[in-house]
Design a protein around this ligand. Sequence first.
Ligand code: MTE
Ligand code: MOS
Length: 762
Amino acid sequence: MKNMDIDSHVRGESVYVDDIPVREETLYGAVFDSPIPHGILRHLDVSEAERVDGVTKIITAKDIPGENQIGIIMSDEPLFAEDMVHYSGQPIALVLAESEKRARTASRKICAEIDPLPPLTDPRTAADQGQFITPPRTFCLGNTEAAWHTCDYVFEGCAETGGQEHLYIETQSAYVYPTEKDGIRIFSSNQSPTVVQKAAARVLNIPMHRVEVNVSRIGGAFGGKESQGTAWAVMAALAAFTVGKAVKLVLNRHDDMRMTGKRHPYASDYRIGLSKDYGITAYEVSFYQNAGAFADLSPAVLERTLFHATNSYFIPNVRATAYSCRTNLPPNTAMRGFGGPQGMFVMEAAIARSAEALGVDASVIQRKNLLRQGEEFPYGQKANRSQAIRCWTKAGKRYNVGAIRKHVEAFNAENRLHKKGIAFMPICFGISFTKIHMNQAGALVHIYQDGSVAVSTGATEMGQGVNTKMVQVAAHVLSISTERVKIETTNTTRVANTSPTAASVNADMNGKAVEKACLVLLNRLKGFAGKELGHGARAAGEWIEIKDERVYDKGIKTDLVWEDLVMRAHLERVDLSEHAFYATPGIHFDPKTEKGNPFAYHVYGTAITVATVDCLRGTYEIDAVHVVHDFGNSMNPIIDKGQTEGGIVQGIGWMTMEELCYSDDGRLLSDTMSTYKVPDMYSAPKELNVHFHETQGSPLALFRSKAVGEPSFMYGIGSYFAIRNAIRAARPEKEVPLTAPMTPERVLLSLYDATRQAKENS
Ligand code: MTE
Ligand code: MOS
């Protein structure tokens, strides 16, 4: 089944928050934010702004009837700054006016008197000053201290990765109006309807049942709307609540880039020990996460970094420690991979550095240490049905890696100004929220009298195709046409206490809930049909089957079709609605020992990346990415392939061209689309092959079809090392720092000795 939104997307008919027809007298909001990254807020002068024509009210912390607090994991984040500002872009006030333009004009006339304090932007400096969001955490396996003596080789160094802007197409948006009896209805572009509901209730000091949150669809999120859609929705709710009118707040691109948090930049130190035959005996790593000013989701992101610190390798002695460092940047947040990519990059960097020092190809070390069946992760879980070696071997054979290598070598021998590099990137990604309690989902299924079906779940559709998969589930279980199934918006009044649509688990969890609800309805209808066809009341359904919208009795086709069955059931007062709940079984984790079985299953795969570097210009092209990916038993190959390809290109962007630049005083300099470059057609791989490695999947995956949202992102790491290998082909003797992104500027700095060049020039 193709993505059910395709037609309306292509015609521009899909409705996003900004497309909702507004009510009469709707007011528009513009956010006034801190111009500096750190300081004491002495005074706010709004008098001139208030005089702007069409301005209704300027909302600040003083207007909050409840708590000025929207923190999701820790209560450390005010909705509006009160006494202090902690990052450039931190909201201080919301201007309400009759038009967006007037609201913006007025917001520029607000004057904040702020005594500046020195800002922190670097996580290592923050750590030196003891600025931590949470106490550090350490995952251990074996005993690294004892293991170092047994290693034949030991290498150590640093590795750094940059942040990443989500650049969802739809910017942060909310539209809110008051409902009767002091209620509020919020339309929001948001991955976490319940988080918004809870935060709005807290700020407005009303019970959650007076707040309704509705998400029709999201114009892309990539983690950027898991926690960070909340502030705008709650601001609009507070405004609507205060003035009793509808309020719309849509950030423009520039404000969105400036005010919202991004993927966490990390600085890391590693130490790796190997045996003569390249087995990795010991690995120690310290991660310094740049969390930004508030906790946001940082502790959870940090946790996933630890979970993925050894990627898809088995290492008997591991010690991984992670520090969440408080800086004066916007609070960094979830982004595709959720800290996993940052952890895996350091592992790959340590392997690359070892390989370079030992004069072997990194793939020799990678291959040697791939996870086998039953081997233990540092968090205690054992690899079950590991596909690591199978995917690796299959990729090598399928794409004829020997021939690729020969081609690369021949090319490099012939060319002086262009060099090619090749890199393998195996991945292993755990599927489940690492907070066990979040692994729950609900679904509500109605069969209407005419046989049409409406499904509500806790999942939000952000382009990843979860709604299409929900249609497939309902249609398959009830054995009816997909045309009969409609997916409703995600609404807190229909499915309550939803987990965020994140961690790639939403088709699995919400799909299992839909499956459960539909099975109950199916059995109820079968029982009813059995009775109608003259079987005794007890176990009447046993003889009945519903296939392709028709009732079969003891395997024999009857005249009873779906529509008639439903109508007759209704007339006989059979309940045609069902709510079901799913909680992932068998997962647990003990934060005291940092051990457990946190993941329902793992997703594996291998990518082979080839890149060509122009050694004169520092530019590069990704020639090819060849992938063998473990989809389990894919229930929707079109969607799954799209997710995989999209993740790869986004991962390549993070590793190569996307570079966030901050001024020394913590202002984002790359705050527009002309200064922040994301991959386009030309920077996408010239060739992108995704081979479906079909396996038994996992019984905890929906229809044994494994989760696809995030895992492929990490293949992008291969592009970094392919470019690095091309650079090394040109300058084998040069030490290239393990710093990402590998922008063309960095390529040049890696190829040429800047100081020598400067001397020669002078
Ligand atoms: N695909 C599109 N088109 N747009 C998105 O915003 N988000 C990604 C991934 N794929 C995203 C996407 C992220 S970060 C996650 S966690 C998953 O989708 C969430 O959806 P799922 O659990 O249904 O896979
Ligand atoms: Mo995805 S980063 O878990 O929203």
